[in-house]
Design a protein around this ligand. Structure first.
Ligand code: ADP
Ligand code: NI
Length: 218
């Protein structure tokens, strides 16, 4: 059953929790993912309560920002949902999606997910590509002391999650080749695939100009 008050409470909670982030995981990211997920859920007929709670809570404790703990996010989301009196079953569904939805490497097969999980994963990934995706990638790179670009460092298509997590000497431009340009073909739902096409083209144009400017040819 849809519970508007619980959604508002959760949104307020996430605004407070993520307000100081400067790595591209701030509450504006969460709001964009929430709005996109609502739209996709409506179009494909997914359960909106599960979709909205997951979208709002998906970055509550990201392993990339919390020192590498992948269980902390799903666990914190579950505790929050139970603390506001929502059904345990919904809390479990949300935690299960958060545990599975992250990108784990170019050569890693995606986990099977419920339609609600597919919707939130698509919404999160749409926010990682296009104009906003480009901005977020460089914000992340800056927050983690990563260089913009080094032509001597070749992108790596990671075989497993361990290798993806432990990568060193990464550059933000390489992140496009290691993840962001791969997302278009990994969208789950038809409406997300359509949006991803446009955003992907924009990233390609951007990278093309970036490389030409590096060479001094434009
Ligand atoms: P996911 O759970 O799939 O990792 P997030 O919502 O946590 O998705 O956001 C991931 C975003 O963080 C990326 O799309 C990118 O913008 C940024 N990011 C992650 N790793 C890097 C990196 N090594 N270099 C630049 N940006 C990165
Ligand atoms: Ni996210």
């Amino acid at each position: 059953m849809y519970n508007e008050e619980a959604i508002q409470k959760t949104r307020d909670y996430m605004i407070t929790t993520l307000s100081i982030d400067s790595s591209g995981h701030d509450h504006f990211h969460v709001d964009r993912v929430w709005r996109m997920a609502k739209k996709l859920a409506h179009e494909v007929g997914a359960n909106t309560m599960v979709v909205e709670l997951t979208a709002l809570l998906h970055d509550i404790s990201d392993y990339k920002l919390n020192g590498g703990d992948e269980k902390a996010g799903p666990e914190a989301a579950k505790l929050w949902i139970e603390s506001i009196g929502i059904d345990k079953q919904i809390a479990n569904n949300v935690a299960d999606i958060i545990e599975k939805m992250s990108f784990k490497g170019a050569k890693v097969v995606e986990e099977n997910m419920s339609i609600e999980g597919q919707v939130v994963q698509d919404a999160d990934r749409l926010d990682a590509i296009g104009a906003i995706g480009i901005a977020r990638a460089f914000a992340f790179g800056g927050a983690f002391g990563q260089r913009l670009h080094d032509p001597d460092i070749i992108p790596v298509l990671h075989e497993n999650f361990e290798a993806y997590k432990k990568k060193k000497d990464g550059t933000t431009i390489n992140h496009f080749f290691e993840k962001l340009l791969l997302l278009k073909d990994r969208m789950n739902t038809a409406p997300a695939k359509r949006i991803a096409e446009q955003r992907h083209k924009f990233m390609e144009m951007y990278l093309n100009n970036f490389m030409q400017e590096c060479k001094g040819s434009i």
